[in-house]
Unconditional design. Structure first.
Length: 580
């Protein structure tokens, strides 16, 4: 027997290894409270299954949900603006100087074409922009056909095609003789659009048999926000919050119905204690009770044995406003707008919180404006310019020298317009901005503004009017505080004069020292530039006994001169600091 066998704490059996549990990510786990989709599928497959439903739901919300309708109004107002995205031509010469006459002619031709730019002649360029922006928000995508050779003065017009006509069910694999077709879009091996397979009319339209037509990609602008790599079709902008918007609408309807029901239910008739119900049924008591009405605030008499109780109304629920506000904040986050803009509720907002929300929201609108200009305005203008040059509506010149568009989307003013105007003036004066940028941000053409200012000035001079600019009021002099000595202003003046004299003296001293320093530098430079002389004759040294003189050690001191200048860099004075 071994010693370890006698130990009282000896283990009776060998330990068994426990199964190791792999450590994973909590976000990958599923439970009763956590529900995720675990299916990985391509963007085409996901959109093929749900695109038609999402578009139908989005259209239903935009027609019947007040907040979805409000979001469309925000898209139209902030993305496009009341005056649309303004166009400005920036054709310049060899030296970079703008060619004003050519720019004016191009802009005039663009405005003329924009009066009726669609094939049906019903929409102007401004109305076209609003419709494209709203359609992109609701359907998630817009199809614009560029019709070349259209019978108008420019030979160019636009046609809006319903997204339903680009059938997502049209799919075909690639073969040796044909490209692949994904959800109605024909693409080459690199994913570049080749053609679009579009129905001649809406599948549910009155036309008996629509025809599937292949339209080359050069004629179609397929506008949508790409949210995934190689996504062929676009999704409605409210996809992430459709369920919340629908449930909030149903909650409103249910709460309103409950409140109306309780408002109509004035009272409840009940039998008094000790009354035989069978006797009431045999009589006309029940019939009389059913004739009780709240209309006109009148009550009929009740037979003996019946009384009326008035239940307490519980609707609208007291927590309903706060719960609705909570849901709306999530919906506004999903739509990319602020809660105050979507709900129109500024009851709990102050200047700071509202400003932070507006800054973030306006950055989001600027991003969408840039997307709209890049995908809608620029491509349309380029095709229009080519045909306008051929039609002679624009002076003949190479396309590369004529195609210099500048787009100015709408901007926003702050709560205090005076501060905004001062900020623009300071930016221009400090070289941080230009008149073109500041006026363009306001949706104005800087050339037109300058011409208008010059015209007003010339007319004023012709009529003998003097246009004076408002000057800032001088600051009021400081008044002495109550109870001070009457001789205090004279003392202050004397102190100020003494300070100015001291400042002048220090300035003169500093200038003298700077001049002496400059002279020494010039002398040093002259010595360095002088020719080297031959070595002098050897010196005769005479040794003298050292002489010792006891003198107190001098105090070491140093002086430091500080030059004082004003904001413009002019010399004001100097301060001498002596350190011992």
């Amino acid at each position: 027997m071994k010693f370890r066998d006698l130990l009282p704490w000896k283990r009776s059996e060998e330990p068994q290894a426990r199964p190791m549990k792999a450590r994973g990510y909590a976000g990958a786990q599923l439970s009763r409270l956590v529900d995720f989709s675990t299916v990985l599928e391509s963007a085409h497959r996901a959109r093929l299954r749900d695109l038609a439903k999402l578009r139908a739901h989005s259209r239903d919300l935009s027609a019947n949900n007040v907040y979805a309708k409000r979001f469309l109004e925000l898209v139209s107002t902030h993305l496009v603006g009341p005056d649309g995205i303004a166009f400005e031509s920036e054709i310049a010469g060899n030296l970079g100087k703008p060619k004003e006459a050519l720019n004016d002619q191009v802009e005039a031709a663009w405005d003329e074409w924009g009066q009726a730019c669609t094939t049906d002649g019903r929409l102007s360029w401004l109305e076209f922009q609003h419709l494209v922006a709203e359609t992109a928000a609701v359907d998630g995508e817009v199809l614009i056909r560029k019709v070349r050779g259209y019978p108008n003065a420019f030979g160019f017009a636009l046609e809006l095609i319903d997204a339903d006509r680009l059938d997502h069910r049209v799919n075909a694999p690639r073969t040796r003789t044909s490209n692949r077709v994904v959800m109605g879009v024909e693409m080459d091996d690199w994913g570049r659009r080749v053609a679009f397979h579009v129905w001649s009319s809406h599948p549910t339209d009155f036309e008996a048999s629509p025809v599937l037509t292949r339209i080359p990609a050069e004629e179609i602008l397929h506008v949508y926000a790409e949210d995934r790599v190689r996504a062929t079709r676009g999704l409605p902008w409210s996809t992430a919050c459709m369920v919340q918007m629908n449930m909030l609408g149903r909650l409103w309807t249910s709460e309103l119905a409950a409140a109306n029901h309780e408002a109509d239910r004035l009272g409840i008739i009940r039998t008094q204690a000790g009354v035989d119900v069978d006797q009431l049924v045999d009589s006309d008591t029940v019939t009389n009770a059913n004739e009780i009405s709240s209309e006109g605030a009148q009550f009929l008499g009740l037979d003996p044995g019946l009384d009326v109780i008035f239940p307490q109304n519980q609707h609208p629920n007291g927590a309903f406003p706060e719960f609705s506000r909570f849901l709306l904040k999530g919906i506004s986050a999903g739509l990319g707008v602020s809660y105050h803009s979507l709900a129109g509720d500024v009851s709990d907002a102050n200047y700071s919180s509202a400003r932070v929300a507006l800054l973030d929201e306006r950055d989001s609108w600027r991003k969408r404006q840039a997307w709209f200009i890049r995908n809608v305005c620029d491509p349309i203008f380029r095709d229009w310019l080519r045909l306008a040059l051929l039609a002679g509506k624009v002076p003949q010149m190479p396309f590369e020298k004529a195609c210099f568009p500048a787009w100015w989307p709408r901007s926003w003013d702050w709560v205090d317009p005076e501060k905004d105007a001062k900020a623009s003036l300071l930016a221009i004066q400090g070289g941080l901005s230009t008149h073109q940028q500041e006026l363009g941000a306001r949706g104005q053409d800087w050339r037109e503004v300058f011409r208008q200012l010059a015209e007003e000035k010339a007319l004023a001079e012709e009529l003998g009017l003097v246009l004076t600019e408002p000057k800032p009021k001088p600051a009021a002099p400081l008044e002495p505080a109550a109870g001070t000595d009457a001789a205090q202003p004279a003392a202050d003046a004397a102190t100020k004069a003494a300070a100015e004299a001291q400042t002048r003296h220090l300035a003169e001293l500093a200038d003298a020292r700077m001049g002496a320093m400059g002279q020494r530098l010039e002398d040093m430079a002259a010595r360095l530039a002088a020719p080297v002389l031959p070595a002098p004759a050897p010196e005769v040294r005479v040794e003298v006994p050292p002489l010792t003189v006891n003198m107190p050690a001098p105090r070491s001191s140093s002086k430091r001169v500080e030059i004082v200048r004003d904001a413009d860099g002019r010399l004001v004075g100097a301060l001498v600091h002596e350190e011992v």
